[in-house]
Design a protein around this ligand. Structure first.
Ligand SMILES: Cc1ncc(COP(=O)(O)O)c(C=O)c1O
Length: 370
């Protein structure tokens, strides 16, 4: 295909990949209809009725740009977290913030440490800014904190990524281990602690805000896409020292937030009772996925997220056959991308109807591919 001839050398050399092919694209490519959307770690329980009401009420104001300082949302989040609003930066989902963080830190060729098979969108941004990925294998289906620290030191890396709880395995480290890891890093290494699943894990998996807030080399990222049920709204936030948070202002799209999305996020923070209800639903659905897996002779892994990784007991080809077979039944799930993690399939929580479809399709698929 003919393209413009003066893209930067970096862009010219990049492959045209997407970190995740969406369920819509998979459905179009294969001529299938998705009936149970339980593959993208969205939250089929949806946002609070109070959130939807605010979005409807404020729809008429959509002709206005959103407040570029995101003042009210920052106020609400900082009150909720017990920080100052100066500790918060707002972005279009964690994914956008990850891109900004990489841009803030990475010169072409700079080493960036992450886990082998870890969250692909981070890697996508690293490639986009010319960084050089240095990957550390998982150990026992968890990100290997000691291995990550060694790689950081060995490479003198300016950036390291840790998702806690983790995607794609659903595993987690306790708060003390994460705090020790963060404090052991050189001051010249920025830790992106991606806490997209902060609301769904056990309480002891989440370092208290105060435990890391004094470290200028730590940015914690969180989202409204998971427990709050607002993936399509694209709102996330970063928590760091005020000085580090200010750096986002140098590069962010100041008028980039969607006004209705920001209003929705504000309403969501203010409805913690609904969040508690949803988190209970998520826990129950996790149990149900695990029970379905076991009933079919598969081994669910413990999860602190809104999905369950299920060890299918063989290799990546077999797991992929399950993923493809389920899609044939309209059940959209995903799987980790690399060995040995790709012996697993990954099933997101959803309402009972989605779980029913998964329950009825799985044994049929397993029988058909055996
Ligand atoms: C670890 C992790 N980080 C970030 C995201 C994306 O979050 P957002 O929707 O806020 O961009 C996901 C979504 O799957 C995730 O699993």
């Amino acid at each position: 295909m003919t393209a413009f001839s003066r893209f930067t050398p970096l862009v010219s050399a990049l492959p045209s990949t997407v970190p995740f092919v969406g369920p819509e694209a998979i459905g179009r490519q294969r001529g299938l209809v998705v009936k149970a959307r339980i593959g993208a770690n969205e939250n089929g329980f949806g946002p609070a009725p109070s959130v939807l009401a605010v979005m409807r009420e404020q729809a008429d104001d959509i002709w206005k740009y959103s407040d570029p300082e995101n003042y009210e949302l920052k106020q609400a989040l900082s009150a909720h977290l017990g920080t100052s609003s100066a500790n918060i930066a707002i972005g279009g989902g964690v994914d956008e913030l990850l891109g900004q963080i990489v841009r803030l830190v990475i010169d072409p060729g700079a080493p960036v440490v992450t886990s082998f098979g870890g969250y692909p969108t981070f890697n996508f941004h690293v490639a986009g800014f010319g960084g050089r990925l240095v990957t550390v294998p998982y150990a026992g289906d968890r990100e290997d904190l000691g291995g990550l620290l060694d790689a950081v030191k060995h490479e003198n890396a300016p950036l390291v990524y840790l998702a806690n709880p983790d995607n794609p395995m659903g595993s987690w480290w306790d708060a003390d281990s994460v705090i020790s890891f963060a404090r052991a890093l050189p001051e010249t290494t920025l830790l992106v602690l991606d806490e997209a699943y902060s609301e769904t894990g056990p309480a002891d998996a989440l370092p208290p805000i105060a435990s890391l807030i004094d470290l200028p080399n730590v940015i914690r990222t969180r989202t409204f896409s998971k427990a709050y049920g607002l993936a399509g709204a694209r709102v996330g936030y970063a928590i760091s020292t005020p000085g580090t948070a200010l750096a986002f202002d140098k590069i962010r799209n100041h008028f980039g937030m969607n006004r209705l999305a920001t209003a929705a996020a504000l309403a969501a923070v203010n409805d913690q009772a609904y969040l508690r209800e949803v988190v209970e639903n998520i826990h129950a659905a996790r149990e149900r996925i695990a029970a379905i897996a076991k009933a079919n002779g598969l081994a669910p892994l413990p999860s602190a997220t809104n999905f369950v990784a299920i060890d299918a007991g063989r290799d990546g080809t077999y797991a992929k056959a399950i993923v493809d077979g389920l899609m044939q039944h309209g059940v959209f799930i995903r799987m980790p991308g690399v060995a040995p993690l790709n012996r697993c399939i990954r099933v997101s929580v959803g309402p009972a109807a989605d779980m029913d479809l998964f329950e009825s399709a799985l044994p049929q698929v397993l029988k058909a591919i055996d």
